[in-house]
Write a protein that binds this ligand. Structure first.
Ligand SMILES: Nc1ncnc2c1ncn2[C@@H]1O[C@H](COP(=O)(O)OP(=O)(O)OP(=O)(O)O)[C@@H](O)[C@H]1O
Ligand SMILES: [Zn+2]
Length: 824
């Protein structure tokens, strides 16, 4: 028996690390950062991660043995795990939760993971064991657990893993409807053609079908059939493209049993760009100055904020900083909100940095994510093959960087950097700062509208602050006017949803062949429908919200759980046929604007039209090439889009932004309006922005018009200090959930009673949130505020303890209680 013990983390919501014994034959294979197979609980096997090795036998416990070591090389570095520990502690979740969030799906074999075959393995040179397992897996989706039960001794984790590596199987945590492995049609010889002699005979048989004979010959050449190193197959595309052979001819060959076609998965990381092709833009003098200031600030401070107005060219500055870091041999991480990961930014980086850049986000398949993960790891040992720059969404903070020198967080104010569900409920912007500290890498936060927390840190000297107040082409920020829609409705001056001011500007733009962007915060046709006779409003069966009408699909849909039903012909309540649509979603606006702008081409950008990455890219392309004249969209249109010919921006309904019940409502409204406005007049002439509202005297609107960031900031700081909100106080939100309403009500009160024992905590609630039931689960929230001078870890421990006590009370065991630190 060996005397080596491994501490491992399991992909389970467990607080502790666990110790296992390393059997003698695995001693030379095991290492920190590798995955191992262990048993936990009754029968279940998991892939766990080794975080430490020691020769000290743990006392008083009966240690189990590690079954297998899965990796030849570590998949995570110990410095990466340091961040995991920090996150688990700070966000009051378990290390297992972080483990699950950190690793790409393909590197986690959980018993619930789904496994299915995507390739027949003909070309993958499989071992006998691999072949056997692949046959058993087939194309149906079994979970790892089910396979294990079915195959018993024939099942092996390492074999499963090598099949994954050889691209023969796909492993998904959940079957994701959107994801399909990318496959291509390949062609190979029919198995009955066993040798060259048969092949020659078959070729002769085709004397009278010249085209088919020629194609078969062409195919044989492609696969080197008459030479030594025969390839097994060739892609249909490669076989036919540019040859004049049609698919119909190929079909004949298939019919005659000369060749067969099959689907094969291909890699998705498209390396279109070989090496960098474009040299870096020269900075203008303002950017040059900002860059120098950032560098000077980095000398003194770990973190610096660049507050640069829209279209000032922050991206160009980032590119210069990254270039410098790469020259010093270090790695850079460039974080952007998921939705901003469009071709626009990807192209700019790839053009400059070529193959050194990897892109990492949640819409990639698990295989692609693993490929990119591996290339970041590779940088440590073979820098020329690995990725030195990662452009990614929030989960990219977990990537296995070995030599991180710079972290950039663009649009740092965006709340999509925060993960809401499941745990860890982390904010990638804040964790980027920790990542920087841990790796001694510099951190640059950038925004035209910094979050007030960040700005507070900057004006107080915790972060450096650099300003960039000029647009790249010196064009002025757009002129903003407020349109009183209440008045216009009364005077019957509205053109559908457009105020006369906005309507005229848009007509003017159309005449000059310029583009307009309209922002409306609601997708679908109408946010709800109502019976004209009795006032009945159809609601979701699972959630406490009204259903949104989608005209194109003729359905009512819940935007919280996805439940959908047909639009009823008559009222469920009184039977009347008069069901009216209420309010305006983007779909309805598009409908109503068509007759107003008969010569314009309209497009819509929201979750419905931009569901896939390609659909989103298409919308952007059409705007870039000026195929689209008017774009109507939700929040999506506010994120970093860069088009030259947009001259008018309309915010159709600012009221719901201004009146949103949240202490950050004004900050958000201000950011959002300034960001959308920033899409106008970016290059040539000054743009125009119209804000439609029924409260034209709202004090915030004046500040928005003058684009006066610091005044809004100061006013808000006064309020936050007075009402004890961040950045002056810490905030933790607790959500209690249960399918039974009484249970939620009771448990929330019990929890509050526990929390009240600490009289330093300010407690709000329990209260139902805006939507009190989602997917059949009722929820109640308690908000905890406390002074920054209070000991953070002790306070959190106290809160965790209260939650645990509440859960252990009779009948509360099925309650879900989530802790959200720094909620957004
Ligand atoms: N030095 C430069 N040389 C050439 N083009 C530049 C330069 N600086 C900026 N630009 C161009 O100006 C436009 C705006 O720049 P960029 O998108 O970087 O602005 P931004 O500050 O990120 O704006 P936003 O906050 O609105 O996203 C881009 O098309 C960019 O290519
Ligand atoms: Zn619902």
């Amino acid at each position: 028996m060996s005397d080596l013990y491994a501490e491992v983390i399991l992909p389970l919501p467990l607080h502790d690390a666990f110790t296992y014994q390393v059997p003698g034959h695995l001693e030379s294979d095991i290492a920190e950062g590798k995955r191992v197979v262990v048993q936990f609980g009754q029968k279940k096997l998991y892939s766990a991660l080794v975080t430490a090795l020691s020769s000290k036998k743990p006392e008083n416990i009966d240690v189990k043995k590690i079954y297998e070591v899965l990796d030849e090389q570590p998949v995570v570095l110990s410095k990466n795990i340091k961040l995991w520990r920090w996150i688990a502690k700070y966000y009051c979740c378990t290390l297992g939760d972080v483990f699950k969030a950190a690793l790409p799906g393909g590197l986690k074999l959980e018993s619930k993971s789904k496994v299915f075959a995507v390739d027949d393995g003909t070309e993958a040179e499989l071992t006998e064991k691999e072949q056997l397992l692949l046959q058993q897996i087939g194309s149906e989706n079994s979970t790892v657990d089910e396979l294990q039960k079915k195959l018993r001794n024939d099942f092996s984790y390492p074999v499963l893993k090598s099949l994954f590596k050889k691209n023969c199987i796909q492993i998904e945590e959940k079957i994701n409807a959107r994801y399909k492995p990318k496959t291509e049609t390949f062609v190979k010889l029919h198995p009955e053609i066993e040798n060259k002699k048969i092949l020659n005979n078959k070729l002769n048989d085709l004397q009278r079908a010249k085209k088919q004979q020629a194609l078969l010959l062409h195919f044989c050449e492609k696969i080197n059939a008459f030479k030594k190193d025969v390839l097994l197959s060739v892609s249909k595309k490669e076989l036919l493209d540019g040859t004049g052979f049609t698919p119909a001819i190929l079909k004949e060959l298939v019919k005659k049993k000369l060749v067969i076609q099959f689907q094969k998965q291909v890699s998705r990381i498209e390396e279109e760009t070989e090496n960098s092709q474009v040299s870096i833009n020269l900075l203008n003098k303002h950017q040059e100055k900002a860059l120098t200031e950032i560098q000077a600030s980095f000398e003194k401070k770990q973190v610096t904020l660049i507050h640069g107005i829209t279209a000032s060219g922050k991206t160009e500055i980032y590119i210069h900083l990254i270039d410098e870091i790469l020259k010093s041999g270090k790695q850079a991480l460039y974080l952007v909100p998921e939705i901003a990961l469009t071709t626009q930014i990807v192209r700019r980086l790839k053009n400059v940095f070529g193959k050194k850049v990897g892109i990492y986000h949640s819409k990639l398949s698990s295989q692609e994510r693993v490929e990119i993960w591996d290339k970041v790891l590779q940088f440590q040992t073979k820098p020329e093959n690995g990725y030195q720059v990662i452009l990614g969404a929030r989960s990219a903070i977990f990537m296995p960087f070995s030599k991180l020198g710079l972290v950039i967080v663009d649009e740092e104010h965006e709340n999509s950097f925060k993960q809401f569900d499941p745990a860890p409920r982390y904010n990638a912007r804040d964790m980027a700062v920790i990542l920087g500290l841990q790796n001694n890498a510099k951190v640059l936060l950038g925004s035209a509208t910094p979050s007030f927390e960040t700005y507070y840190n900057a004006v107080n000297g915790k972060y450096g602050l650099v300003n960039l107040k000029k647009r790249h082409t010196n064009v002025e920020l757009p002129e903003t006017l407020v349109a009183d829609v209440k008045k216009a409705y009364k005077r019957r001056q509205m053109h559908s949803v457009l105020s006369p001011e906005l309507y005229e500007l848009m007509q003017g733009a159309a005449e000059k062949n310029e583009q307009s962007i309209l922002f409306q915060n609601r997708r679908g046709y109408s946010p709800f429908v109502e019976c004209f006779t009795c006032g009945w409003i159809p609601k979701c069966k699972n959630c406490d919200v009204s259903l949104t009408y989608h005209k194109y699909k003729k359905r009512l849909t819940c935007h919280y759980c996805g439940y959908s039903q047909q639009m009823p012909d008559s009222c469920d309540n009184c039977g009347s046929n008069e069901i009216k649509t209420r309010g305006f979603g983007t779909e309805k606006i598009e409908d109503e604007l068509k007759p107003l702008f008969p010569n314009a081409s309209l497009a819509r950008m929201d979750l419905d039209t931009a569901r896939s990455k390609t659909a989103l890219e298409k919308i952007i392309q059409n705007l870039e090439s000026r195929k689209t004249d008017i774009l109507i969209g939700t929040q999506m249109v506010t994120k970093g889009l860069d088009f030259e010919h947009v001259s008018v921006v309309g915010i159709l309904n600012a009221d719901n932004l201004l009146n949103f019940p949240d202490f950050r409502a004004h900050e958000r409204a201000f950011q959002l309006i300034l960001q959308v406005s920033g899409r106008a007049g970016r290059k040539n002439n000054r743009g125009k922005v119209v804000i439609q509202t029924s409260q034209p005297e709202h004090p915030l609107l004046n500040l928005i018009i003058s684009q006066d960031y610091t005044s809004v900031f100061k006013a808000q700081m006064e309020e936050r200090k007075l009402f004890r909100y961040p950045p002056f106080f810490r905030l933790i939100k607790i959500v209690v959930k249960h399918k039974n309403q009484q249970t939620v009500d009771r448990a929330a009160i019990q929890l509050k009673q526990f929390l009240e024992k600490n009289n330093k905590l300010i407690l709000l609630g329990p209260e139902y949130p805006l939507v009190s039931r989602i997917q059949l689960w009722y929820q109640k929230e308690i908000w905890i505020k406390f002074d920054k001078s209070l000991h953070l870890d002790n306070t959190k421990d106290f809160i965790i303890d209260c939650v645990s006590k509440t859960k252990h009370l009779p009948d509360n065991s099925n309650c879900v209680i989530n802790i959200d630190v720094d909620p957004m």
